[in-house]
Write a protein that binds this ligand. Structure first.
Ligand SMILES: Cc1ncc(COP(=O)(O)O)c(C=O)c1O
Length: 468
């Protein structure tokens, strides 16, 4: 049989070699699963560190040619050269940016998601997967006090979640203006804290709208009082107000209740960016800080941050999912089969079409361990942040920049300039002790612990303070 004439290719030829089940393909699956098993169950994966492109060129060289080098050699290259040049983001002493700490169940199930060739974009193709993802979204919505009619979708990350929510907000604002026969504003405006995440400004650039940054209080919290001024000044041009539920640099939660209360006087879409922090609502130590979230029109939270799922996943939830659908459904002749039904298709709720069922690792982990395990794990990090903050306050030469609210602790070393923090951070990584990148506030450099991993201990953090 000849493939070139459109007939069935014979088994064992190059055409079918990569897809059929054979000794070669089952050996490949074995070595990959064996490696994955070792990595998932390893408790001593080193922190590791990046290498330069020149070093990687020397160590890894070229691995792609016309014949292929085989799975065993390619995997060995990954295990011994490439993986050690990637920082272990789930290491207990990875305390930079926002770490990741996926549960064993969530990581393992990510393999299942790939193995099952699931399509997560439409109900028609992925009903079972979408049903389970929606259960996870519903569980989160309930935790946040949103109504049972709310709903949404897991997207790639917080940046895309914020953008998709704000596009839906603008669509609703446009519709409102049109229905009332009013003129569209010359320029739409997003109001947020001056300490809001950079992805809000990024969304505004993509949407070609304006950001009006409002100064928070000295403790970092944006208040309704401050937002009121912006609403009065910009009136009907405001497409949304963004409250941050846990700022990235400090873990500060805006005064969402006072911002939400402005809805009684002004018409605006309230979006809560809880990419990092909204998970803290699971803990009795922090839940009270989020009063007002229940009035949000949309929220995001990233399971790849503090909900212990692997990269990459952001839960985007709309109070009124129809507003998401109106803004985002793509129409094309070949998609009519999907869009002319009332089925719940995740593609309709964000700026995407093809999608991985990336909410499934969270669903599986929640189903496996139950919600209480999540509450305990999140509470551990908040308590640890309070404990290490108290330790910092006790130590001569160290001081907190702000009191921690969630699990980010920011502090200064007397007399240190940026170069001192940089050198200290580089030494910690070079010696494989910890990964703690410096940050800054109001032009002053500082050190910052972002604590997510339930395996991080007080003693480990004290050990890092001892190196300052
Ligand atoms: C508050 C906040 N919003 C948005 C984002 C962006 O999320 P992502 O990196 O998943 O795009 C982050 C990331 O740290 C964040 O902390």
């Amino acid at each position: 049989m000849n493939a070139a004439r459109g007939t069935t290719p014979a088994a064992g030829t190059q055409t079918t070699r990569m897809h059929e089940v054979s000794k070669e393909t089952s050996d490949i699956v074995d070595v990959v699963l064996e490696y994955s098993r070792r990595r998932i169950l390893s408790s001593d994966t080193p922190l590791d560190k990046p290498l330069s492109a020149a070093e990687l060129d020397r160590l890894a060289g070229r691995s792609i040619d016309e014949k292929g080098i085989g799975a065993t050699r390619a995997l060995a290259l990954f295990e011994h050269v490439l993986a050690p040049a990637c920082i272990t983001t789930d290491h207990p002493q990875y305390l930079s940016f926002i770490p990741s700490a996926p549960t064993k169940a969530a990581i393992s199930f990510d393999l299942v998601v790939s193995a099952s060739a699931l399509y997560g974009g439409s109900w028609l193709e992925g009903a079972g997967a979408v049903f389970a993802e929606n259960e996870a979204l519903g569980w989160l919505a309930h935790e946040f006090g949103l109504p049972p009619t709310s709903g949404g979708v897991f997207v790639q990350g917080g940046t895309l979640g914020n953008l998709s929510a704000l596009v839906a907000a603008r669509e609703r604002a446009r519709l409102r203006v049109t229905e009332r026969g009013e003129e569209q504003p010359r320029r739409w405006v997003i109001v947020c804290s001056a300490e809001a995440h950079s992805s809000i400004a990024s969304a505004a650039r993509v949407m070609d709208v304006e950001v009006v940054p409002v100064a928070p209080r000295s403790d970092g919290m944006l208040t309704g009082e401050a937002v009121r001024g912006a609403l009065v000044e910009h009136g009907a041009s405001v497409l949304a107000v963004v409250a941050t539920g846990g700022s990235t640099n400090f873990g500060v939660v805006d005064d969402i209740a006072s911002i939400a209360a402005l809805k009684d006087e002004f018409e605006f879409w309230l979006h809560v960016d809880g990419a990092y922090g909204l998970a803290a609502m699971l803990s009795p130590l922090a839940r009270h800080r989020f009063a007002g979230v229940e009035r949000a029109d949309s929220v995001i939270v990233d399971p790849h941050k503090w909900l212990f799922a692997p990269f990459d996943a952001c839960a985007l939830i709309y109070r009124d999912p129809e507003s998401g659908r109106r803004a985002h459904t793509q129409h094309a002749e070949y998609l009519d089969t999907l869009t002319e039904t009332s089925d719940w298709s995740p593609s309709d709720y964000a700026a995407h079409l093809t999608r991985r069922a990336r909410g499934l690792p969270l669903w599986f982990s929640l189903a496996t361990y139950g919600g209480q395990a999540y509450r305990d794990a999140v509470t551990h990090s908040i308590q640890l942040a309070l404990d290490i903050a108290a330790e910092i306050e006790k130590r001569p030469g160290l001081s907190l920049v702000r009191d921690p609210q969630l699990s980010v602790v920011v502090f200064e070393r007397d007399g240190w300039a940026k170069a001192d923090y940089d050198a200290w951070s580089a030494r910690l990584l070079e010696s494989q002790h910890a990964f703690v990148t410096p940050s800054s506030h109001a032009g002053r450099p500082n050190a910052r612990f972002a604590i997510i991993n339930p395996l991080t201990t007080f003693e480990q953090l004290v050990g890092i303070l001892d190196t300052m």
